[in-house]
Design a protein. Structure first.
Length: 136
């Protein structure tokens, strides 16, 4: 489950001064492949085939964009396109509207934290959709 942190300067504030996605740790390829094998209908797939897909498909997408200069639309997912940000070329994902709607309608763990010096201390929490967060 995705965790979102509403960070307040004071416990009595009504609006957070910052909202961030918490617990966004990086998962390894191995962790992803294990999750797919254990939780998805494709669990019958060989682990080596899944790992191969993880390496080959992103490489092919990057090579296609490098060679043609075109963005790539993946149906029901979004558009992967080259962008120029902060003096660097990078690949960006423009999410499909259906993906955005699904993600924003899904329940997330909302943690309400207060800043105590340099640390964030959780004082309350709830389950809610991201679109119901307190706005600045």
């Amino acid at each position: 489950m995705i965790t979102i942190k509403e960070i307040y300067k004071d416990i009595n504030d009504t609006r957070p001064f910052k909202i961030e996605v918490g617990n966004s740790k990086l998962a390894s390829t191995r962790c992803f492949v294990d999750w797919v094998r254990n939780n998805r209908p494709s669990s019958f797939a060989d682990i080596n085939v899944l790992r191969m897909y993880m390496y080959i498909i992103p490489s092919l997408i990057r090579e296609f964009i490098d060679a043609t200069g075109c963005s790539l639309k993946i149906d029901d997912f979004g558009i992967i396109k080259p962008r120029y940000v902060d003096d660097h070329l990078c690949l960006g994902l423009r999410n499909d509207p259906k993906v955005l709607k699904e993600m924003n309608d899904r329940l997330c763990d909302i943690e309400m934290c207060v800043m105590v010096g340099p640390k964030k201390v959780r004082f309350k929490g709830r389950l809610a959709a991201p679109k119901t967060l307190a706005r600045k």
